[in-house]
Design a protein around this ligand. Structure first.
Ligand SMILES: Cc1cc2nc3c(=O)[nH]c(=O)nc-3n(C[C@H](O)[C@H](O)[C@H](O)COP(=O)(O)OP(=O)(O)OC[C@H]3O[C@@H](n4cnc5c(N)ncnc54)[C@H](O)[C@@H]3O)c2cc1C
Length: 460
């Protein structure tokens, strides 16, 4: 009977383990930290709620409004009501510690053996064939932990961007982006403003190749940004950029947590090697443009496990690498290859300069573009456009790109307060003033006089 170890108890690992256990396959799920709060915005699409049978109580907020903010602070609202979406259609916002624990415990309820342990090394047979010996430190009886081993026939690597399974199978490297995020507790008024609203900021000041965000959580907001690894040294400056831009909306924000984590930029060169397969971030399944990875992690875990159940004859024999490549990797690429490609092209086109970012935000004001974006995000489906919509979109893109050149700013300024605070509030001597240094340490446009005004954010 097939013995499977799933390494990593995030969404990808738990969803894989659940499928295997339900099929009656002997499954162990390793998670090094059972209360792990993965650094993450926590936004999930609506289709995930139904597809993965997620209960209401693990969704903190149901966002129905998005605000896109351009480099020159042009704000575009995207609201679900005018677009004709129903009241029960939304983007879910979750705390990962709650979300991950739910999925992990559900896998355990179906018969997965959950091990609170850190996988340290994996010993393979010749040519990386199984059976495999997993060496791990069991934290089940305390922090220090005891060293243990477990022999298995198959390993699913769901251990995120720094995957040890990927190393054991020589899966090859991938480029990563670096994401930085601060969690801020806000005064009641500002928190109410973010009740069902997420904000996305674009501009060279917040990221040269991605976007900055303010996402609402249970009782605070997550404020962050990301950039490609080659710009890693800029990340703290970029975080100051997003905080500077949103400073009047993050009035007296109290920093309660600071976190950073890599985000994979494309799939690993090898996702199945002998009897080892990668899913989720370990495989490299985060989309460009949006940086979305939770749904794709859960979905890849599920698809990989379903393929394994099928090709192993419900666990009656050990499948070959060829069988799993066919049943899992090829199916995955067939289903989502175009989505990844389209989002990569959009990122290259629209996140490359402030003129292009101005154009991008302007285009997001069009209802056809909004419907297209929401449908493909919420339901993971490509919406067919009629010829008129296609022509309109092409003309709109061209016109916006031309206009964007004129709109792009020379310097970046904070957006206005959204709850009507006056300038005096921001000069309140009771608030600790934080000097805003520009991204890159002083050479960027943000160092110009208007950008050097002080923020009224309070640091914890
Ligand atoms: C700042 C930031 C914001 C993001 N915002 C969003 C968002 O809003 N929406 C979205 O869809 N995506 C977002 N993402 C991406 C998303 O977080 C990931 O794509 C997703 O978490 C991938 O899930 P996973 O299960 O593959 O890996 P992970 O969630 O990384 O889980 C891996 C698990 O493995 C465990 N583990 C690792 N190594 C070992 C080991 N050796 N032994 C035992 N256990 C181990 C870890 O503790 C962890 O629990 C964001 C990412 C970042 C960094």
């Amino acid at each position: 009977m097939l013995r499977v170890a799933v390494v990593g108890g995030g969404p990808s690992g738990s969803c894989a383990a659940e499928v295997l256990a339900k099929a009656g396959i002997q499954t162990w799920l390793f998670e090094r930290k059972l209360d792990n709060a993965k650094p993450c915005g926590g936004a999930i699409p609506l289709c995930m709620v139904e597809e993965f049978d997620l209960p209401d109580h693990i969704i903190d907020r149901k966002v129905r409004n998005m605000k896109m903010i351009s480099p020159s602070n042009k704000e575009v609202d995207i609201r679900l009501d005018p677009l004709g979406y129903r009241q029960d259609e939304f983007i879910g916002m979750c705390r990962r510690e709650v979300f991950d624990a739910f999925l992990r415990n559900r896998a355990a309820d179906h018969g997965t053996k959950l091990i609170h342990g850190l996988v340290q090394t994996i010993t393979t047979g010749p040519q990386r064939k199984g059976p495999y010996t997993i060496h791990y430190v069991d934290h089940g009886h305390g922090v220090k932990g005891d060293a243990h081993t477990l022999e298995v026939d198959y390993i699913i690597g769901a251990d995120g961007a720094n995957s040890r399974v990927a190393k054991a199978m020589d899966a090859g490297d991938y480029n990563v982006a670096i994401a930085f995020q601060e969690r801020l507790r806000l005064p009641k008024q500002e928190m109410a403003y973010y009740e069902d609203l997420a904000e996305m900021y674009v501009g060279s000041d917040v990221s040269p190749d991605f976007y900055g965000w303010v996402f609402p959580k249970y009782d605070h907001v997550a404020v962050g940004t990301g950039t490609m690894q080659e710009n890693q040294s800029l990340i703290k400056g970029l975080q100051r950029g997003i905080r500077h831009r949103a400073s009047k909306r993050l009035f007296r924000g109290e920093v309660i947590k600071v976190e950073a984590h890599p985000i994979p930029e494309h799939p690993r060169p090898r996702r199945v090697v002998q009897q080892m397969a990668l899913v989720g971030d370990a495989a490299g399944y985060v989309t460009k443009s949006s940086g979305e990875g939770i749904y794709f992690a859960a979905k890849s875990g599920r698809m990989c496990a379903e393929a394994l159940v099928k090709v192993s004859g419900q666990g009656s024999h050990i499948p070959s690498a060829r069988e799993m490549k066919q049943a899992y990797v090829r199916q995955w690429d067939r289903r989502y290859g175009t989505t990844y490609k389209v989002l990569e092209i959009l990122q290259t086109l629209f996140y490359s300069s402030d003129a292009a970012r101005e154009a991008f935000v302007e285009m997001c004001g069009d209802q056809d573009v909004q419907r297209l974006t929401f449908d493909s995000y919420l339901y993971k489906r490509v919406v067919p456009m009629n010829p008129w919509q296609q022509i309109k979109l092409t003309l709109l893109t061209m016109a916006s790109l031309v206009r964007g050149q004129a709109l792009a700013p020379f310097r970046y300024q904070p957006v206005d307060s959204a709850v009507g605070r006056s300038q005096e509030d921001f000069l309140d001597p009771g608030a600790v003033q934080v000097e805003m240094t520009p991204p890159g340490g002083g050479q960027s446009p943000a160092s110009q006089p208007e950008s050097r005004e002080k923020s009224a954010m309070t640091r914890a």
